[in-house]
Design a protein around this ligand. Structure first.
Ligand code: NAP
Ligand code: MG
Length: 501
């Protein structure tokens, strides 16, 4: 651990357990055992506040990945897992949720440090939200039902359709919500009775390693959850194409998602893809402006804008356009950009130097394209990867800052005149993950909901998520859903059973 990381932890009164965890030699968790990578290859973990080394963890080889998938398959086929009673599985999941809750502060610190997330949001959203998801899915194992069907074949038959777990799940998650996305995959897969192999993002693997300790402590049989840390381009790729993987559940970029989808399909594996977005916020002339302004703090600046459903392009009715732009700029200027472990920080750093460079590049592109920079636009400090929350006005749908996913704290605003035009502008994008509409006119809100092509539409808010509601994109934002019964269904397959009497 570098001295900068140590003082980041100490100055912000991090728990001794957080420091102790980071100081250990971290390993992968495969088949119930803690192991190093074959050849002892390792990857460094960095604190994006200082671009400074936190620790290192194993960089798995193809053999390690193969061992993990085979362990998950053996366990899936074993009586210990397949005969576990639904209520016992629920109990295990609840026990794990309780352990996460006990260690919530430590987990939040590990996640904030490794991913650069502001600690307050990390506690309230990443960790607390994950516990909710685990508890929601922990209620499902005893409620997965089949049905008897009224067949019309002459003679006497009993015929039914029942649900079975799909098999071994290969889960791949990104760096922007490392713990959360891992729990989304884990909870639904386990509730369905699957086993899984999970690969976290290279930049953010620490909370997954801590989580594996809790899985072991909760008493899950060996091989149910296997954690393989390493590179997406090698072992991620290998996992997706592995013949013993029955289901691939991927969250990440649209570009990689396309390749993952193609590989999984060629193997005839089931596949769910949660991909990128460029979600519109449509603000009508009768909108509550304070609500709109407050929503932007969550919708586009939360997690430094590194949110797939970020409301990163906004369309505002001409009648209130300047007033909204000014109010958003005033509120945005008050945001505190700071160290991730400081509880007064609103916005931490960007995850990496390449992501920082890409966002700064988009900010210059926006200026060159003729958008009006209303606030922000600068990199902050010499250490680390901080960027000011940035607002552009007078944008158009032809600009790259409006069309492309920036994945940073950049909002692009433009005016509109009619409802029809607002809907056309909102739909004019390759993505369709989410959208929001701000108006006091309920009929108008519902007309918009019906016409906007997005997997989630919020009215007078942006970015609410709940375990009982499916989350996932239309168009190039993905395939299938996470959360809700819809996600559970995707980890199940249907068996038809006939008996002739
Ligand atoms: P990414 O580059 O696609 O990486 C995502 C994951 O895929 C990482 O674990 C990565 O591993 C792995 N990976 C990379 N190449 C691979 C390959 N060829 N085969 C298999 N796995 C591979 O995405 P990112 O830049 O980390 O994340 C940001 C993106 O995720 C954004 O586009 C965002 O919108 C999207 N996202 C979507 C949702 C949603 O629910 N729709 C939620 C969060 C984020 P390495 O880290 O080792 O490269
Ligand atoms: Mg890191």
């Amino acid at each position: 651990m570098s001295s900068k990381v140590l003082s980041h932890l100490q100055d912000n009164n991090a728990h001794d357990e957080t420091v102790a965890f980071i100081s250990k030699t971290l390993q992968m968790y495969i088949d119930g055992k803690w192991i190093n990578a074959q050849n002892d290859a390792r990857i460094q973990a960095y604190d994006p506040c200082f671009n400074s080394e936190i620790t290192s963890f194993p960089s798995a080889s193809n053999t390690d990945l193969d061992n993990a998938v085979c362990a998950a398959r053996r366990t899936f086929d074993s009586n210990e897992w397949s005969n576990m009673l639904p209520l016992q599985r629920e109990q295990l999941m609840h026990r794990l949720a309780n352990l996460i809750e006990e260690k919530a502060d430590v987990l939040a610190e590990i996640e904030a440090l490794d991913a650069g997330k502001a600690i307050s949001g990390c506690r309230e959203v990443d960790i607390a939200g994950s516990i909710d998801v685990l508890r929601y899915f922990a209620g499902w194992p005893s409620k997965i039902e089949g049905s008897v069907r009224p067949v019309s074949i002459p003679g006497q038959h009993i015929a039914m359709a029942v649900k079975e777990p799909v098999g071994v799940v290969g889960a791949i998650v990104p760096w922007n919500w490392p713990f959360n996305m891992m729990i989304w995959k884990f909870a639904a897969a386990i509730a369905a009775g699957c086993t899984l192999v999970l690969k976290p993002a290279q930049q953010t693997s620490l909370s997954a390693i801590y989580f594996a300790q809790l899985v072991e402590q909760a008493g899950f049989p060996a091989g149910v959850f296997n954690l393989v840390t390493g590179k997406g381009s090698t072992i991620g790729n290998k996992m997706v194409a592995h013949p013993l993987i029955s289901k691939v559940s991927f969250t990440g970029s649209t570009e990689v998602g396309r390749q993952v989808g193609a590989m999984a399909s060629s193997n005839l594996a089931h596949v769910t893809l949660e991909l990128g977005g460029k979600s519109p916020m449509v603000v009508f002339g009768d909108a509550d402006i304070e609500r709109v302004v407050n929503a932007t703090q969550q919708s586009v600046f939360f997690n430094s804008g590194q949110v797939c459903s970020a409301g990163s392009r906004m369309y505002v009715h001409n009648s209130i356009y300047e007033e909204v732009v000014e109010a958003i700029a005033a509120k945005t200027k008050e945001m505190k950009v700071g160290l991730s472990l400081d509880s007064t920080t609103d916005m931490g750093p960007i995850i990496s130097s390449s992501q920082h460079a890409s966002i700064m590049d988009y900010i210059s592109i926006g200026q060159r394209e003729g958008a009006r920079l209303v606030c922000g636009g600068k990199s902050v400090g010499d250490d680390g990867f901080f960027i000011q929350p940035t607002v552009f006005a007078d944008c158009t749908n032809t600009m790259r800052i409006v069309r492309e996913e920036i994945f940073g704290p950049v909002l692009a605003i433009q005016p509109f005149e009619t409802e029809e035009q607002a809907i056309q502008l909102a739909n004019d994008n390759e993505y369709g993950l989410a959208a929001s509409v701000f108006t006091k006119d309920t009929s108008r809100a519902w007309r918009c909901v019906k016409q906007i092509k997005a997997g989630t539409v919020w009215i007078n808010t942006h970015d609410l998520v709940d375990p009982c509601l499916p989350f996932g994109g239309f168009k190039n934002s993905g395939l299938g859903k996470d959360l809700g019964p819809e996600q559970l269904e995707q980890f199940l397959q249907t068996k038809t059973i006939w008996q002739e009497l």
